[in-house]
Design a protein around this ligand. Structure first.
Ligand SMILES: Nc1ncnc2c1ncn2[C@@H]1O[C@H](COP(=O)(O)OP(=O)(O)OP(=O)(O)O)[C@@H](O)[C@H]1O
Ligand SMILES: [Mg+2]
Length: 215
């Protein structure tokens, strides 16, 4: 999967007086989980939003498999993303939500049932997703990210709201996705959540946004 990279170089983003991103640079490589660690407000979600073209950077570039997100013709088959699962509250069933996403990208109902199985939501998929717990919404968000079988995955705080059993499941699931050669960018505000799971950490400090990378 040679297209399985994210390259972020020199991103800057200001919101009024807040410098949210100050020369953010890192690379997410295939077959690896890159942990993205920093305290609240460090700019993790903003970086992911810029990579997805949901926020415009003031300077710098973010490329997925060498291309900016907006130039990808079938984005779901290049990159899957889980952003802020708490905000995802479809009014219908989880399965119908996934079917709608799948059809918009020319993907089949069979693929929807595959990803439902991969994230362990078989028994809940025909219930209204609005009544899901946060942990179940995280699983639904991962299922949506997996729909297009993308070589690159970006998950913003995926274990947030998960119980210990769910966290163990998530770690194993993320490792299996990396073992398939995918590139994963996974954020957390706790280094302890990622240090045993990630191959590589990008650490973003809060004030001043100093960074270092360590293996
Ligand atoms: N739309 C926006 N308008 C104004 N300020 C924003 C906006 N989005 C982010 N910010 C600010 O940018 C900074 C970085 O926020 P961001 O959400 O990227 O941090 P984070 O690392 O994801 O934090 P958390 O761990 O709390 O999720 C914060 O100071 C935040 O208040
Ligand atoms: Mg965030």
């Amino acid at each position: 999967m040679s297209e399985a990279t994210i390259e972020v170089s020199g991103l800057r983003k200001r919101f009024g007086a807040t410098l949210a991103l100050d020369e953010m640079s890192f690379t997410v490589r295939p077959g690896q989980i890159t942990g993205f660690v920093g305290p609240n407000g460090a700019g993790k979600s903003t970086t992911m939003r810029v990579i997805l073209g949901l926020d415009a950077a003031d300077a710098g570039a973010a490329l997925i498999g060498g291309q900016p997100y907006r130039s990808l013709r079938h984005p779901l088959s290049h990159v899957g993303a889980l952003l802020d699962a708490a905000a995802l509250q479809p009014s219908g069933t989880a399965r119908n939500h996934l079917l709608w996403l799948a059809h918009s990208q020319g993907l089949t109902a069979r693929r929807v049932d595959e990803v439902i199985g991969q994230v362990g939501l078989e028994s809940a998929a025909r219930r209204k997703a609005g009544g899901y717990s946060l942990g179940m919404r995280q699983r639904l968000g991962i299922a949506a990210a997996m729909l297009g079988d993308p070589p690159v995955l970006m998950l913003d705080e995926p274990v947030n709201g998960m119980d210990p059993e769910g966290i163990v499941w998530m770690r194993g699931f993320l490792r299996s996705l990396a073992a398939q050669g995918r590139a994963l960018l996974v954020s957390s505000h706790l280094m302890s959540e990622l240090q045993d799971t990630a191959d590589h950490l990008v650490v973003v400090a809060g004030q001043g946004h100093r960074r270092h990378q360590r293996r």
